[in-house]
Design a protein around this ligand. Structure first.
Ligand SMILES: [Zn+2]
Length: 411
């Protein structure tokens, strides 16, 4: 019984049958359907002999002992968003399972190999992404805020977790799981259009973008739309509009995959008969390089001040949230490139816009890399999410080759 990538595709369909409906995947974390998926995974892994352990944050680990206790980790997440796709997260877990089967059959690997199904990557029910991986990585520090969170039915987060055997404060104990980790590998669908546009099945992920989110408020003067001449206006929306168009120039100048988005503008008083007094703009900027990200931010700030001056309005900046770029391990990036070249003939390196569990593991100082497989039409978090079966099979092969290379390199 050697590696069978077709089996992974068949099992993805089986999981979708078991836990999805006509609207898509329904494996939202901390629900019965999610537990059903975890039980199903348990049954699938059992024949490999890998031992199961559920940690304090509900991460599901399967350990295949190797010659060394140091461990190579393969990870993913079986939870989905409501009405999600058939691949996001579970491809990673099921491809890892297939690699685990191959290794178990061949005997004792040089390193211990652990497959991890992270708990609640999506944060779909309580709006807190990367729950299990951040607990394991030791970066979770928002317990007090999480205690107050409720789902759409008013159920508090601690109560929902307790139903699945998790104590919110105790979840931090999961950090012991990464103690002996040598490296971490994760395969994921791209969830974007880049690989498809290049006509490539697979790519190596360089790291996850740093993000700067700000609320930018322009303040002018409300005035009658009929009686105020054009040259006497202090129109806050004019400043916002200039900034929105300048963002394209900033992203183009900085390059390297830079993206800037004005995701929303709220204007007040917001009536047809008044010049806009305040325009509140939601700004999101992302880059893989911290220096360039800082450059983008200062460019946008300078531009906003220039436009405020031109329009005779004021501008204020308030930070909403930010995170540093998280680069992946250079040695593993090389190995991943080689693995992809071997199975697909050509490779491509790209950053990840979305965060993934891999980013948490990398933040904890463990050498990490991800593989992306092409997403059709770049769609994800919808039942329309799809990837060609032949590409899924190549992805399983690439993860398998990368595992072999990592076992040699880190043994
Ligand atoms: Zn995912």
């Amino acid at each position: 019984m050697s590696l069978s990538p077709e089996r992974t595709v068949a099992e993805l369909r089986e999981l979708q049958e078991l836990t999805g409906d006509e609207n898509g995947a329904q494996r939202v974390a901390w629900t019965e359907t999610w537990e059903r998926a975890r039980a199903w995974l348990r049954e699938k892994v059992a024949p490999t002999g890998a031992e199961e352990e559920i940690d304090e944050a509900a991460n599901q680990w399967f350990t295949l002992p190797g010659a060394s206790e140091r461990a190579l980790l393969l990870g993913g997440h079986i939870d989905s968003v409501p009405n999600g796709g058939w691949l996001d997260g579970c491809l990673d877990v099921l491809a890892g399972l297939e690699v685990l089967r191959r290794l178990a059959e061949e005997g004792t690997p040089p390193l211990t190999v652990r497959l991890v199904n992270w708990a609640d990557e999506e944060g779909a029910r309580f709006g807190r992404s990367l729950f299990g991986s951040s607990a394991a990585a030791g970066s979770m520090n928002d317990q007090d805020e999480l205690r107050e969170r409720r789902d759409a039915d008013g159920i508090a987060l601690p109560a929902a977790l307790a139903e699945h055997g998790v104590d919110l404060d105790g979840a931090l104990e999961a950090r012991g799981q990464l103690a002996g980790a040598a490296a971490y590998l994760e395969l994921h669908i791209e969830q974007g259009p880049v690989l498809e546009s290049l006509d490539l099945p697979l790519g190596v992920v360089l790291g996850t973008f740093g993000v700067e989110r700000h609320l930018v408020t322009f303040r002018g003067q409300a005035a009658h739309a009929g009686s105020t001449p054009m040259d006497k206006r202090r129109d806050a929306l004019a400043g916002a509009a200039k900034l929105e168009l300048e963002l394209r120039e900033i992203a183009r100048r900085v390059g390297g995959g830079a993206v800037c988005t004005m995701g929303g503008v709220v204007t007040r008083p917001g009536i047809v008969t008044s010049v806009v007094e305040t325009a509140e703009c939601l700004l999101d900027q992302r880059h893989l390089d911290a220096t360039w990200l800082a450059e983008m931010l200062s460019n946008a700030e300078a531009a906003s001040r220039r436009f405020a001056h031109e329009e005779n309005v004021e501008v204020d900046w308030d930070k909403i949230w930010s995170i540093e770029p998280i680069p992946f391990d250079e040695r593993l990036i090389e190995l991943a490139d080689e693995a992809i070249m071997e199975v697909a003939g050509s490779s491509h390196r790209l950053p990840s816009g979305p965060l993934h569990d891999a980013a948490e593991v990398a933040r904890a100082g463990i050498p990490t890399v991800m593989l992306f497989v092409q997403s059709l039409r770049g769609l994800s978090h919808t039942k329309l999410e799809d990837t060609k079966e032949e590409h899924l099979e190549l992805a399983v092969q690439a993860l398998d080759k990368l595992t072999t290379k990592a076992l040699e390199a880190f043994a």
